[in-house]
Design a binder for this molecule. Structure first.
Ligand code: FA5
Length: 319
């Protein structure tokens, strides 16, 4: 009987099976218990021997059952914890997170490039007065750029700035040379087609010191262009005209297999220095104004400037 019981204990898979085995042998009506009841049917001299044997068997089974119970409950615990465990090596659920708008990316990229050359970033107001936007920039009343056709006026003296150049004036009025600043921001014009927006983004650059020449301007722009477009990119300065620079240039970049215009630049006109109280005999400088949308269009081959403001997620996700 003991042999049989031990085998059954050993074969138990879980604690409830083990409990059934315990009841079967040691319960009130169990096999071992009923053996004890047979004691009184035996001859008196046989009773102590039989009793001791049954007791021994009972204790042995109890001990085995308890051992087995420990083992099983340990195993059941392990199973339970294993089921609860988290595999930290599994990849997480992917969340769609946004990223910077392509124009913001270009702006940051250019800021980093100019900051590394020693420029600092300043900002100016988008609502300007005609003195900062035009007069101080040597653009007199009769100049066609002041025409209501091109600018958004609130009153005859207040308008949405048409370029970032008024930040040159605000900076020079606030500080003394040497000056090396860039100024990114929105500007507004009455323009709208595949290459012109009524609201677009420029980045102004201004460098003022003694003995500044066109070479400094060219170096600075070449450095910027090769860092944005790669080592093979080249620039070309074409003569142009701006009232606030003399000489003035339009700058083309060679990218892909074409020359593309990306900015206007030049040497600060003496009249601009006079309007901020700088002596043009002492100070010289260069300035440039680049169109950020145009730079992004050249770099990424974007054909229609209106894509920047359509907020089409499919377009924006590409950059
Ligand atoms: C200016 O606005 C001058 N203030 C630039 C400058 C600054 C010259 C300092 C000299 C010294 P322009 O109007 O060419 O220049 O505009 C500069 C750049 O802005 C252009 O090369 C072009 O890239 C971009 N741009 C002009 N108009 C638009 C428009 N409607 N939409 C998008 N980009 C434009």
């Amino acid at each position: 009987i003991v042999q049989q019981a031990l085998e059954e204990i050993q074969n138990c898979e879980n604690s409830s099976e083990l409990n059934s085995v315990r009841v079967k042998y040691l319960g009130k009506k169990g096999i071992v218990t009923s053996l004890m009841k047979k004691l009184k049917e035996l001859a008196p001299e046989e009773r102590p021997i039989f009793g001791a044997a049954v007791n021994k068997a009972k204790n042995e089974l109890l001990k085995k059952i308890n051992e087995k119970l420990d083992e099983l409950s340990q195993r059941e615990k392990e199973k339970k914890y294993a089921a609860m465990a988290v595999d930290v090596t599994l990849p997480g659920a992917r969340k769609d997170i946004g990223h910077f708008h392509i124009l913001t990316q270009i702006q940051k990229e250019l800021e980093d490039i100019f900051i590394s050359m020693g420029f600092s970033v300043v900002e100016g107001p988008e609502v300007e007065d005609t003195w900062h936007n035009f007069d101080a920039l040597n653009t007199p009343e009769w100049h066609p750029a002041r025409d209501v056709q091109d600018s958004f006026y609130f009153t005859d003296k207040i308008l949405l700035r048409t370029h970032t150049s008024p930040v040159q004036i605000r900076t020079m009025l606030n500080t003394q040379p040497p000056i090396a600043i860039i100024s990114p921001g929105r500007v507004y014009r009455r323009d709208y087609d595949a290459t012109h927006l009524p609201m677009f983004t420029q980045m102004e650059g201004l460098f003022v010191d003694k003995n500044v020449t066109v070479k400094h301007l060219k170096y600075c722009l070449e450095e910027m262009v090769t860092r944005v477009f790669g080592k093979d990119a080249k620039i070309r300065l074409k003569p142009s005209f701006f009232p606030f620079t003399e000489p003035s240039f339009e700058v083309d970049v060679w990218f892909g297999n074409d020359w593309l215009e990306i900015l206007g630049a030049g040497m600060v006109d003496p009249n601009v220095f006079k309007s901020v109280g700088y002596d043009p005999e002492i100070w010289s400088g260069f300035a440039f104004g680049l169109g950020l949308e145009r730079i992004a269009m050249v770099k990424y081959g974007i054909k229609d400037i209106r894509d920047f403001i359509r907020n089409d997620v499919k377009f924006l996700e590409n950059y």
